[in-house]
Design a protein around this ligand. Structure first.
Ligand SMILES: [Zn+2]
Length: 248
């Protein structure tokens, strides 16, 4: 009995000492920043330094998690949405279920994956992408990135007219850092699924938790019937672009 209390007591003291030490280091850190900066900026610089410290700790723990559980953390992620307004708003779409797209990558695997994904969406009949060769006028740019600091296999970035809730420009990217590195185990099929997923965002679809190309984690599904329905209902008031009226 006495031994157990001794052990508990020992760990208790160790924990308190570690806590005390951490606080002391933190206080010294704050004091150092405070006194090493000119008077008017003292508060601001302390707050800035603390924010920097927190961000760095966050990064440290993130990177630890990534390395210790590489496959689980990275393979599970399809993408990350980065948007000027932080999140894609619900109901945001193009005026008509069609858009021009420019393939902006020299990577042959990504070029092929985008082409396959574009054909797959076009086959659904719910939305049509038209590949163009003029980057400046394309509605959507399909490019690539090589970024290990984000835990995302792809991303979609949109500019939206907030009044009309219509896209003005969308950029999607496939992340070669994960998709092209064999240790992350992405098959060509999953790269195509990722491309279909990002194009889904470019159409205006959001994530869901079902068996869907828009499932946030995985890239295990291609376009499903439910995805086609989601596009149809998003564009239900605009079935197709009005044809030019023939003038006789
Ligand atoms: Zn996504």
């Amino acid at each position: 009995m006495g031994l157990i209390f001794k052990i508990i007591g020992f760990f208790w003291r160790v924990i308190w000492r570690l806590l005390g030490l951490t606080l002391l280091v933190l206080l010294l850190f704050i004091a150092f920043i405070y006194f090493s900066n000119p008077t008017p900026n003292r508060e601001a610089s302390v707050s800035q330094a603390l924010q920097g410290l927190v961000a760095r700790l966050d990064q440290f723990f993130d990177s630890q998690g990534l390395h210790t559980d590489l496959t689980k953390n990275v393979q599970g992620l399809t993408d990350q949405l980065s948007d000027e307004h932080s999140k894609m708003e619900s109901g945001v779409r193009w005026e008509y279920p069609s858009a021009t797209i420019y393939i902006d990558t020299q990577n042959p695997t990504f070029q092929a994956a985008y082409q396959t994904a574009i054909e797959a969406w076009n086959q659904t009949g719910a939305f049509s992408f038209q590949i163009v060769h003029d980057k400046a006028t394309a509605n959507i740019i399909a490019g690539e990135m090589n970024d290990g600091s984000v835990t995302a296999a792809g991303e979609a970035e949109s500019q939206t007219n907030l009044l009309t809730k219509r896209f003005s420009h969308v950029v999607v990217r496939l992340n070669s850092y994960y998709l092209m590195d064999p240790q992350y185990g992405y098959s060509y099929e999953r790269i195509v699924n990722t491309a279909e997923h990002e194009l889904g965002h470019a159409i205006g679809l959001e994530h869901n938790e079902n068996e869907s190309v828009m499932q946030a984690a995985g890239s295990y599904y291609s376009i499903q019937e439910s995805d086609i329905q989601a596009v149809r209902s998003l564009y239900q008031d605009q079935v197709s672009k009005p044809e030019k009226v023939n003038q006789i």
